[in-house]
Design a protein around this ligand. Sequence first.
Ligand SMILES: Cc1cc2nc3c(=O)[nH]c(=O)nc-3n(C[C@H](O)[C@H](O)[C@H](O)COP(=O)(O)OP(=O)(O)OC[C@H]3O[C@@H](n4cnc5c(N)ncnc54)[C@H](O)[C@@H]3O)c2cc1C
Length: 62
Amino acid sequence: MSVEQFKTNYDVVIVGAGFAGMYQLHKARELGFSAVVIDGNAEVGGCGTVRLSADGQAEAHT
Ligand SMILES: Cc1cc2nc3c(=O)[nH]c(=O)nc-3n(C[C@H](O)[C@H](O)[C@H](O)COP(=O)(O)OP(=O)(O)OC[C@H]3O[C@@H](n4cnc5c(N)ncnc54)[C@H](O)[C@@H]3O)c2cc1C
């Protein structure tokens, strides 16, 4: 979907699915707006994302 289509289909378009963006998404929907969050990464969480490495150690998303 293009940015123009997002603008047409949603009241609120949030760029960035880190903690701030996900909270904005929650609040916008709570207030009755149709909202979507988009991110350059394939997963949500931003720099708060933590993965487990092959040896089971937690490593922060960079
Ligand atoms: C190792 C580490 C440990 C931490 N420990 C703690 C802790 O113990 N306690 C604490 O309170 N905080 C901690 N923090 C900080 C906390 O993780 C961050 O403050 C918080 O995640 C920031 O969230 P944010 O939504 O503001 O930004 P981000 O998490 O940076 O999210 C921004 C998102 O926007 C996306 N984005 C940016 N520009 C674009 C664009 N042009 N188009 C599409 N997508 C875009 C990015 O891909 C990213 O997903 C830690 C951070 C790190 C790295």
